[in-house]
Design a protein around this ligand. Structure first.
Ligand code: C6P
Length: 403
């Protein structure tokens, strides 16, 4: 098995078992170096400076946009908007598209496995426009039934906000089918790709997604850089989300002419260092290759789930098939609160997340209050999984129960 831990300073400098990559990934040297290089060699305000350094900064920033365009197989760099994160990307669509295109009688469809970032903006749009918010519910293992999808999409479905991969079950949602159904009714679809972008190639043209959002920090880039992809015709028709500097062509006392795409949606000083580091992260991942990344993640997930299934009192959430988890293993242990699970693992220098994972409607639907969640990345090792399993086996005993 190839070892990637050595590429990650935080991991190689400690004996921490990091199993919280779905919350945020670790950063490899190449990404940290790219951000540092930007500030050491090209630091000027991108899109503004008319001197050589300023133009270099602009070139680097726009090269990062081109890299993201290729990463998503988008047609045009103008369709790539840099934001802070997935949450901001979705809010951009909610405020700029949702509030201006939806009205009473329209329906907004969301998948029940949506993260709060892909729910609350639509609750807001529904409240303010009078549109109705509807849910597409999944089965207990996280799968969606075709009959439920067909019933949920109606002629009134003007917008669907769907999750690509759930941050709780790790399940890949059937977004192609939902996109087709919604398009047949004349609606648009936003895909939350926060948890899919780190695990698979994405082709927005093949998917025919109208909007797609992801965060750099789950993809090994720094925090504070995210992406919104939108079809050009839709973005051109939308008003700015935030306004101020750099998103205009000209301003008079009472009016303004906005800049063309993508800058219309990038008000204020941009995150130049974050964008170039995102490019480095994409290049790092593509250098390893999705096949290798998936092979490592699947092997480790299979190893962990295989062992966990045999531990008395441990219950896995979602599918029994490790290939359907994308490294995400949510679980509960009889009589032990997930926060206690995380604390005990922390005492053994193992980092997992515990709680509702910002997906409370999904947990309510699945009938659990909260879970512990181990999320695996390709830089984890078999030794990490061994240590994790050894500790999980001990948890009930350490809490004072028999087994
Ligand atoms: N999920 C997790 O531990 P931001 O915070 O904007 O980068 O990402 C929000 C978000 C949106 N959609 C999905 C599917 C997500 O998983 C997340 C972030 C983290 O699961 C933090 S709650």
């Amino acid at each position: 098995m190839r070892q990637f831990k050595e590429d990650f300073p935080l991991l190689r400098q400690s004996d921490l078992v990091y199993l919280d990559s779905a919350a945020t990934a670790q950063r490899p040297d190449a990404v940290l170096a790219a951000e540092r290089e930007f500030y050491e060699k090209y630091n000027a305000n991108p899109l503004r400076g008319l001197y050589e350094l300023g133009m270099e900064a602009t070139d680097r920033y726009e090269a990062a946009r081109d890299c993201v365009r290729d990463f998503l197989h988008a047609e045009d760099s103008a369709e790539i908007i840099f934001t802070r994160n997935t949450t901001e990307s979705i809010n951009l669509v909610a405020y700029s598209y949702g509030l201006t295109h939806l009205k009473t009688g329209d329906e907004i469809l969301v998948t029940i496995d949506s993260h709060h970032s892909n729910l609350l903006p639509w609750q807001m749009v529904a409240r303010q426009t009078g549109a109705t918010l509807r849910y597409l519910d999944c089965e207990q293992d996280g799968a969606y039934e075709v009959k439920d999808m067909m019933a949920a999409v109606t002629p009134q479905t003007k917008l669907a906000a769907v999750t690509h991969v759930s941050n709780v079950t790790g399940r890949l949602d059937p977004i192609e089918a939902i996109i087709r159904l919604v398009h047949e009714q004349g609606g648009v679809v936003l895909v939350d790709a926060a948890q899919s972008a780190p695990h698979m190639p994405i082709d927005v043209q093949e998917l025919d997604a109208d909007f797609l959002a992801f965060s750099g920090h789950k993809l090994m880039a720094p925090m504070g850089i995210g992406v919104l992809y939108g079809k050009k015709a839709l973005l051109e028709d939308m008003p700015p989300f935030l306004s101020g500097g750099e998103m205009i062509d000209s301003v008079s006392r009472f009016d303004a002419v906005y800049a063309p795409l993508p800058h219309k949606f990038e008000a204020g000083t941009v995150n130049g260092g974050g964008a170039v580091a995102l490019q480095a992260a994409i290049e790092y991942m593509e250098g390893i290759g999705w096949r290798e990344i998936n092979k490592q993640e699947e092997l480790l997930t299979e190893m962990a789930m295989g062992e966990m299934k045999r531990i008395p009192g441990v219950h896995l959430i979602g599918s029994t098939d490790p290939k359907k988890h994308h490294g995400i293993i949510s679980f509960t242990i009889d009589d032990v609160h997930p926060h206690d699970i995380a604390s005990i693992l922390d005492a053994d220098k193992i980092a997992v997340r515990a709680g509702h994972h910002c997906a409370q409607p999904l947990l309510q639907h699945l009938g659990v209050m909260s879970t512990a969640r181990a999320s695996i990345a390709f830089y984890n090792t078999e030794k990490d999984i061994d240590r994790f399993i050894k500790s999980v086996k001990e948890i009930r005993r350490r809490m004072g129960y028999g087994e």
